[in-house]
Write a new protein. Structure first.
Length: 230
């Protein structure tokens, strides 16, 4: 054990701040790596869950050490966290193009339940600090996440188009922009015209071409029905 942390092992206002700050930083490091690799649970989601787990432990310690509750409070906390997971799961959906949405919302609901536990136990400092850190993650760190996503080297692009000449035109665009096609999946259009031909590209982008720029360039091509990032 490092002696430098000895003064922060008791539940004090300073130790609460340091523990939540560590949860924010470490959760962010893990999450930003996931965001860089285009995973659905990314930067802010990891931060919210990490802060929530930290404040759960802090609340349990506070109730035992400061309030002298000798009942097994960990069981109560575990049950609240467990069943709140069902509520969070209701906000997670998978779209028809296999995009996962609602993870950050689910993590926010889960963490909000933990903050409710802190205030219910009289742990005001922990609840206030956790709320401040969560708002920091949502309002400020989201800009960092968007910047990381804008400069990500590999993306998956979904495109609907009218004919083979459109596909050839887009491939020519990739070559002119120095974009490397790592993989391509093509679905032909239906004979009865119910749906257009579509393609899913796995692309490696150069630094000179961001995601938004590429979507704009492809969307302007003649015969392209729709284009979006997966």
């Amino acid at each position: 054990m490092l002696s430098v942390f000895d003064g922060l092992r008791d539940v004090t206002t300073l130790s609460v701040f340091v523990r939540l700050a560590c949860a924010l930083i470490c959760g962010g490091i893990i999450g930003i790596e996931r965001s860089y690799k285009r995973r659905p649970a990314g930067f802010r989601t990891h931060i919210l869950i990490c802060i929530g787990a930290a404040i759960t432990t802090l609340t349990s310690q506070y109730l035992y050490l400061n309030m002298h509750y000798f009942t097994d409070m960990a069981v109560l906390v575990a049950q609240v966290v467990k069943y709140n997971g069902f509520i969070g799961a209701c906000n997670i959906i998978v779209t028809k193009r296999q995009r996962v949405k609602g993870l950050t919302t689910a993590a926010g609901l889960w963490t909000s339940a933990i903050i409710g536990l802190t205030f219910g136990g009289g742990f005001y400092e922990g609840g206030i600090l956790a709320t401040v850190f969560i708002m920091l993650a949502e309002l400020v760190f989201s800009r960092i996440e968007y910047r990381v996503l804008e400069n990500v080297p590999e993306i998956n692009l979904y495109m609907e188009y009218e004919g083979k000449h459109c596909l050839d035109d887009v491939l020519q665009l990739y070559r002119s922009c120095n974009i490397k096609v790592l993989n391509i999946q093509i679905t032909r259009s239906a004979e009865n015209g119910e749906h257009n031909a579509c393609a899913i590209f796995t692309l490696r982008l150069p630094r000179s071409c961001g995601v938004e720029k590429l979507l704009t360039l492809v969307g302007r091509r003649e015969g392209i029905v729709s284009v979006e990032e997966l």
